[in-house]
Design a protein around this ligand. Structure first.
Ligand code: ATP
Length: 251
């Protein structure tokens, strides 16, 4: 299976403050979950992978291409779908217009953009609401429209920052199925605080603390770190709490 992206010794920060410190990650097809407490650096990492901000140092290779020149970045962005925590939209756009516009931004050819838009809306369960105005959507529907714009077209790398915020329990179950479907053709990297969500949808988990990876492995391997009587309601939550507290644990 070909590697979709590789980050090596990635360093990122804000001014003199280092937030990501020497992180390495390699992802082929499939879903990868980022877990970590507030301020761990998940959003900073996703923004860097989305090419919003270039790494302070280290290398980032997406679809075999190292992102050195602006032309490389422009080209590769067509293959990346990104859902930030807060995404902008024109409130007067219909749901269809919003996703279709995002397809245009990603240079999806005109002849296939309409069909690709409807497919993405169908995947997130919003096809029946395609004429609804963006400003009229509930928080959960808005999140689903955001996921639709991230997966529309032929994306190879999908980056989702807290995609399950605002979804009700049924939608969260549907979201897990959606991630399994999307990750059959693309690499999906998503961040969340909800350990159970990410474990159900992702084959690989990375726990990040203070900008460094303190655990990489499968959900089962994370659960194996659970300490009897430790904090958390499930083995996964207890495993997560254990690796967060340990200095560095690698599966
Ligand atoms: N624009 C910015 N300028 C300065 N510092 C920032 C900026 N954005 C984030 N930070 C800092 O970088 C660190 C990592 O933040 P980041 O948003 O990446 O964490 P996170 O893991 O996504 O957190 P959360 O789960 O709360 O969304 C935090 O200490 C934060 O205060």
């Amino acid at each position: 299976m070909s590697v979709v992206f590789e980050a090596e010794n990635l360093v990122q920060g804000y001014g003199s403050r280092q937030v990501i410190s020497g992180l390495s990650m390699r992802v082929a097809q499939g879903a990868v979950g980022l877990l970590g407490p507030n301020g761990a650096g998940k959003t900073t990492l996703l923004r860097t992978l989305a090419t919003v901000t270039p790494p302070a140092s280290g290398t980032l290779r997406i679809l075999g291409r190292e992102l050195r020149r602006d032309s490389d970045v422009r080209e590769i962005r067509r293959a990346i779908g990104y859902l930030p925590q807060d995404f902008g939209y024109h409130p007067g756009f219909s749901v269809y217009e919003f996703v279709r516009y995002c397809a245009w931004l990603r240079s999806v050819p005109d002849r296939s953009a309409g069909k690709a838009t409807l497919r993405a809306l169908d995947q997130v369960g919003l096809a029946g609401m395609r004429s609804r105005k963006m400003k009229e959507l509930s928080g959960g529907m808005l999140r689903r429209a955001g996921i639709a714009q991230a997966i529309v077209g032929d994306v190879k790398l999908v980056l989702l920052d807290e995609p399950t915020v605002g979804l009700d329990p049924e939608q969260r179950l549907e979201f897990r199925d959606l991630i399994r479907e999307v990750s059959a053709d693309a690499a999906v990297v998503l961040s969340t605080h909800l350990v159970e969500d990410v474990a159900a949808a992702c084959g690989t988990l990375h726990v990040i603390r203070e900008g460094a990876v303190v655990f990489s492995g499968t959900p089962r391997q994370l659960a194996e770190h659970a300490v009897p009587g430790g904090r958390g309601d499930t083995p996964l939550e207890r495993g997560y709490m254990t690796v967060l507290r340990a200095s560095a644990v690698t599966a």
